[in-house]
Design a protein around this ligand. Structure first.
Ligand SMILES: CC(C)(COP(=O)(O)OP(=O)(O)OC[C@H]1O[C@@H](n2cnc3c(N)ncnc32)[C@H](O)[C@@H]1OP(=O)(O)O)[C@@H](O)C(=O)NCCC(=O)NCCS
Length: 162
């Protein structure tokens, strides 16, 4: 998947060589602070998590490229509800604030649709203004406020065209 933005932004399925990059982006302090599991991620547990998923036909871990640079990661997780998937993303600190987030969300949501999802859902902390604005710009609607792991979150939803 690729956009017409300059430099072009594309997402590709993560490969084994992305293991450390994926961890570095996700283990960033600012990313952990916005996560539903804010504690730091030990590299060893990341390795087990990553290796169980990467390279599988069903892998839904993506690396985001901005031109030739890896600039972030995104992920799709199965929902308990058939036809629905959860989306999440994190952008490398050096690439934040460039307006990339909504494009990454759109590209990742398109992958969910291609995998058969008719609804893509996201949890966003109410204080995460950049994320909320990016999901809104990508066409998501905020549908409810709830708690996950005792953390206040808003749920954002996109109904994808099939
Ligand atoms: C959330 C995240 C993906 C957003 O990416 P970004 O590069 O920072 O944001 P963008 O430059 O794409 O901007 C997205 C929108 O937020 C706004 N924005 C960016 N930074 C902002 C800030 N600090 N405060 C308020 N608004 C902000 C932008 O103006 C833009 O709004 P617009 O489309 O209405 O103009 C990124 O900050 C990140 O990886 N954060 C840590 C992980 C995370 O929170 N992931 C999402 C969990 S659901």
């Amino acid at each position: 998947m690729v956009t017409e933005a300059y430099p072009p932004v594309r997402i590709v399925a993560a490969v084994q060589e992305d293991e450390r990059f994926y961890w570095e982006v996700n283990n960033d302090e600012g990313v952990r602070a916005q996560s539903l599991r804010p504690e730091p991620i030990p590299f060893e547990s990341h390795q087990a998590w990553f290796r169980a998923r990467v390279g599988e036909h069903t892998s839904r871990l993506y690396v985001v490229y901005c031109g030739e640079d890896r600039c972030g990661v995104s992920r799709l997780d199965a929902s308990d509800v058939a036809g629905q998937m959860w989306i999440s993303l994190a952008i490398d600190r050096a690439f934040r604030g460039r307006g990339l987030a909504s494009t990454i969300i759109t590209l990742t949501a398109a992958c969910a649709s291609a995998l058969g999802a008719s609804m893509v859902r996201a949890h966003v902390r109410p204080t995460n203004v950049a994320s909320a604005r990016a999901f809104a710009r990508a066409g998501f609607n905020e549908v409810l406020h709830t708690k996950v792991n005792e953390i206040d979150v808003d749920e954002w939803v996109l109904v994808t065209a099939r």
